[in-house]
Each structure stands twice: as C-alpha cells, then as structure tokens.
Design a protein around this ligand. Sequence first.
Ligand code: NAD
Ligand code: ISE
Length: 335
Amino acid sequence: MTVRVGVVGTGMIGQDHIRRLTRVLPGAEVVAVADANPDLAREVAAGLPNADVHPTGQNLINSSGVDAVLVTSWGPTHEEYVVAAIAAGKPVFCEKPLATTESACRNIMKEEVAAGRRLVQVGFMRRYDAAYRALKRTVSDGVIGAPLMYNSGHRNPSVPSHYTKDMAIVDTAVHDFDVTRWLLGEEFTSVQVLAAKPNSLGEDLQDPLLMVLRTESGVLVTVETSVNIRYGYDIRGEIIGETGTAALADRGPVVLRRDNQVSTAVPVDWRERFVAAYDTELQEWIDAVASGAGATGPSSWDGYAAQVVCDAGVAALYSGERVDIELIEKPDLYG
Ligand code: NAD
Ligand code: ISE
C-alpha cells in the first residue's frame, strides 16, 4: 500500500520532509499540500508529480484522498490540525513541539484517548539518531554504571529573525528535554535557567542559556543552548556514570591533520546533522501507518511531558527561580 500523505505547512522542514517522502523513502506519496501562504504551497506542489493544493489545512485533513497527515506548520497551529486529524481518524505526524501550551497538549491527549488508539507521532527525531541510540545502549547495558549527571549542548549557528528568547527553551531545548527523558527513562522534577553575560551579537536574545534540571531519581542535567554560535550546528551530550562516562562523538567523517592543525567538519544545520534520523523516523511512521498501527514513535504523552518542562523553563527564565515540574497521571493508552 502506498500511503497518501497530506502536508500542512510547506516551509523549511515541510519541504525537507516532502523531499524525503518523494525522493528518498519508499511507501508514501505526497498527494496534498496546504500553507497559510498559498503561493508557497502552489510553488511546492508544482515540484511534485501529483499533489493538490488545498485552501486550508482543515480541508486537506478532511479530504478523502489523504490517508495520513504531516503537520509542519508553526507550533501554535499544531493543536488545531492534530485534533482535526484525530477527529478524521487519520494518523498524524506532528513536528515538534506537539503544541505550545500544556493545556493544548492535554487536549490532544484527551481527543486521542477518546479515539481509543494511538494516531499521533511527534517529530522528536533524535531518538532515531545512531549516535543517541548508541549512547542509550551504553547506559542500558550498564557499561558506565548508574547515570549521575547528563550534560546536553545544543548549538545553532544562527536563528531566523522572528526567533525570540523564549524559543531557546520552547523551540530548541525541547529536543534536549525529550531526548534526556528517553535516554534516562525518567521524568524531570525541576528546572532553573541561568543567562550568560549579555551577548553583544545576539541583541534581544539572552544567549547562551544554561538550564539546570533534576530528574525523579536525582540525576543532575544541564542543557546549554547557544543559538548564535556562528561556527556550525553542534549537538553534544555526555553522561557521567558511576564507573565511566559516555559522550556523543564528534561528527566529521574525516579528521584532518595539516599545517600543525587538527580539524574535522561541523554540520551546517539540523538538516545535515540529523538527515539519517529524519529518514528513519519518517520511514518507521510510514510503515506503521501502512500496517494499520497508526503510530509507534514518540507519543502525545512525550509531547506533553516535554512541553511541561518548557513551560516551567520559561517561568524559570523570567523569575530566575527554580521551578518545580509536575505531570498528570499518564493515561493507559501511552503505556
Ligand atoms: P517555517 O516558518 O519555515 O515553515 C512553517 C510554514 O507553516 C510556513 O510556510 C507558514 O506559512 C506555514 N503556516 C503558518 N501557519 C499556518 C497555518 N495556520 N496553516 C498552514 N500553514 C501555516 O518553519 P519551519 O522551520 O519549517 O518549522 C515548522 C515546524 O517544524 C515548527 O514547529 C518547528 O519547531 C519544527 N521544526 C522541527 C525541526 C526538527 O529538527 N525536528 C527542525 C525545524 C523545524
Ligand atoms: C529547530 O526548530 C529544530 O527543531 C532544530 O532541531 C533545532 O536545533 C533548532 O534550534 C530549532 O529552531
């Protein structure tokens, strides 16, 4: 079965996912697109063999020609489209964040639980990255003993002009929150956010930020976000365990030694760094949809849990205080 996918939001990552669904991965065809900017939607559809342009995301979701929905519009619009897809009984892959408020995430869970089956997958692609998977295996195999501390580094070379200082938490660190929950298998209990010395290059952005978190068992977690680091896209992670440490390796395929220097390449952006992870997450999603399983990857619960940490992080950024994190009871649907 070829899964007929409709894409809501044809901006940067929408186009990147359309490219992989169309040219890289088997099993799916992009048959419909919609965007708040209709010219952009038309331009993207013109580059596809067989895609209709829909006037609205809702119209696309309810189209009988669409089997499954990919939501890649701006975060605040996600709730509306994910809920509409659930109401239509269609599997939906939603880019992170699942939604931009805790209550919106809870509303999505409420609708999905009422539907009685998992239909939603969230785009936390780091869980599909080979290096993160190896790091998780190292911990679960007990190679470095019990984890005591995890240091996560998330550096972007630059960000678009509409990017605000809260986005370092809700748009960027949300990945670190999710991947830490997944690596350690536990939830966060508190967060504090410290701003570095004001950065003359970042203007309104408080950049970099250092977040200090605790998990249920007491693991100390730090997340550094730098969104104007200039030199490249650099994702770091190191677990300090009782009997050793394990870190994501540096990325370049080749290490160059020349003219008294050692160097290796740093990825340009998230598209390059996580290209294989995005391929794997979308292939697994297509396969799950085709098999009738709906969704098997990161769930609405994962989207909710990460968003609660984001909300607490933003409160901590503005208050300068440590903020406690509390989750509701996990619905049975999410195991
Ligand atoms: P973008 O601004 O390039 O694209 C978003 C598109 O959504 C735009 O074309 C915009 O016109 C459209 N849009 C806005 N409101 C809409 C609405 N109500 N209905 C339909 N279309 C609408 O942004 P982007 O960088 O592609 O990010 C999109 C989403 O993907 C965000 O949630 C972002 O956090 C996420 N993202 C995830 C990753 C990742 O690594 N997983 C990377 C980049 C972006
Ligand atoms: C972007 O939306 C992503 O999700 C990238 O993975 C992240 O590194 C970047 O900071 C976000 O803005």
